[in-house]
Design a protein around this ligand. Structure first.
Ligand code: UDP
Ligand code: MG
Length: 309
């Protein structure tokens, strides 16, 4: 930390998975930007189980710069878990999160800090130009729409992790966070005022996105199940509909002579409807239990913390 501050003004949190190609440039550019702004800062670097030289490079840098704090997770726990580790370990008054691959240029960090200085509790980068394939683009459209509905926040770009949070936001999110819960939507769901700031977005220079279709689907499922038990209620609703239709069918069959097919179909609808309805009711209880236990399983395990702490 600079200037002998016990608490840095800004913490920059970076999750890294196999980013050896960009580590050095990331650290140099981020430090330069913050030095120029004249704030005290720390860089909280979370290695998410990299198999390349990322951790070794981070440790080497940490040994020469006391503003760096490196956390190595025991294995790959995923970006959200690595981010959670970094955000909750960060000590700064403002916590900035940024990707390691330089798709978010560190030179844009001051824009987020300006928004926070301007009174926002949360600042988020609005990527004006995107570098992604069509499938990815469609997937993120769906995700943004969902996130808007689930959190109630009227912002355009939920994706990416180029954000800044004031300390009170971090503390509130920490209280209700559970493994699998996406951090940024959680902060918005709590109702903190958010400012959306246009930022540059650059193509990935080395390697491919660490995400594939499966992990993107996972993110959307996490998003829905974190904020809503609607799918469980939907099962019950479909069940109730089938049950109703079956009852009407049986009544009609009793009233006017009907084929055995119509009778069988009505009975089947009745049975399936009753089962689905029962499943939906069970689901409501399950949902409540899930909400209670979700906070108790560890989302990540740190193998080794900073050498200086
Ligand atoms: N990342 C991580 N763990 C993972 C996947 C990604 O820590 O399991 C990091 C990655 O190193 C990068 C950031 O999260 O710093 C965003 O990942 P990526 O650039 O692959 O995602 P995209 O830009 O495609 O959203
Ligand atoms: Mg990227």
């Amino acid at each position: 930390m600079t200037d002998g501050h016990a608490v840095p003004e800004v913490s920059v949190v970076v999750p890294l998975l196999d980013e050896e190609a960009s580590v050095d440039e990331l650290l140099a550019r981020t430090s330069a930007v913050l030095e120029e702004r004249g704030v005290s800062f720390e860089l909280v670097l979370v290695d998410d189980g990299s198999r390349d030289a990322t951790a070794a490079k981070l440790r080497a840098a940490e040994a020469t710069d006391p503003r760096l704090r490196v956390f190595e997770l025991l294995r790959n726990f995923g970006q959200n878990a690595a981010l959670a580790c970094g955000i909750f370990e960060a000590r700064g008054d403002v916590v900035v999160t940024i990707d390691a691959d330089l798709q978010n240029p560190p030179e844009e960090i001051p824009r987020l800090l300006d928004a926070i200085d301007g009174g926002a509790d949360v600042a988020t980068g609005l990527r004006t130009q995107r570098y992604e394939g069509l499938v990815r683009w469609l997937g993120s459209r769906a995700m943004h729409w969902l996130a808007r509905r689930l959190t109630g926040a009227r912002i355009r770009d939920f994706g990416g992790q180029f954000k800044a949070y004031r300390r009170p936001v971090v503390e509130e999110v920490r209280r209700i966070w559970a493994p699998g819960k996406p951090l940024f939507p959680l902060a918005l769901w709590l109702g903190f005022p958010v400012a959306e700031v246009p930022v540059r977005h650059e193509p990935r220079r080395s390697g491919d996105s660490r995400y594939n279709l499966r992990s993107l689907l996972r993110i959307n499922v996490d998003l829905i199940t974190s904020f809503s038990t609607l799918p469980l209620a939907a099962i019950g609703a479909v069940g109730a509909l089938c049950l109703g239709a079956g009852l009407v069918g049986i009544a009609i069959c009793l009233w006017i002579p009907a084929s055995t097919f119509a009778q069988a179909a009505s009975l089947t609808l009745l049975g399936v409807g009753a089962l689905l309805l029962a499943t939906g009711v069970l689901g409501q209880y399950l949902g409540r239990i899930y909400q209670q236990v979700a906070g108790r399983s560890p989302a990540f395990v740190v193998r080794r913390g900073p050498t200086s702490d």
